[in-house]
Design a protein around this ligand. Sequence first.
Ligand SMILES: Cc1cc2nc3c(=O)[nH]c(=O)nc-3n(C[C@H](O)[C@H](O)[C@H](O)COP(=O)(O)O)c2cc1C
Length: 170
Amino acid sequence: MLVALRDILNEASSMIVVIKVAKALVVYYSMYGNTEKVAIALAAGLRSGKVDATVASVDAAKLDELGAFDLLCIGSPVHAWNVSKPVREFLEHLKSVGGLGDKKAFAFDTKAKTRLAGDAAGKIEKKLKTLGFAIARPHESAIVTGREGPLEEIAEERFKQIGAELATKL
Ligand SMILES: Cc1cc2nc3c(=O)[nH]c(=O)nc-3n(C[C@H](O)[C@H](O)[C@H](O)COP(=O)(O)O)c2cc1C
């Protein structure tokens, strides 16, 4: 009887499959709410791909909890052709966090639809690479139709798709 029970337990334990849910953190700064909307859409897309996605503003993001995430997404509005100051500061603080080499990253920005708009996402991506992150997908921009928005109509749907695409890379 005991032998039979042991055999059953052995059989059961060999059938246990551990499913690890990938985790993503989407960090953003937003002055007027547009980059926040893009961050939320990105997280929705990640969740559609079964990723456990958390959205946090740069002020709320906790650097000491970064270790728990497989993917870090960072978004900023373009300010004066550059990354916004709060995101630049966040990236500076990231330097002090160790163990980022096994993590993936994605950068995005919001900006005007003009050749002279400048860039934040490309600069964020470059910094993330320097910090040791593997870039999961090339950076992307969402277009605002005015300084305070709104976003182009397709922007949120596009970032949902990008989130779903990122989920396949984790
Ligand atoms: C101080 C400031 C500087 C800006 N500079 C630029 C710029 O250089 N290029 C650009 O395309 N948009 C620029 N914008 C427009 C922002 O990109 C726009 O306000 C932002 O994408 C909206 O996102 P948010 O609602 O998340 O703040 C600037 C906006 C502010 C407030």
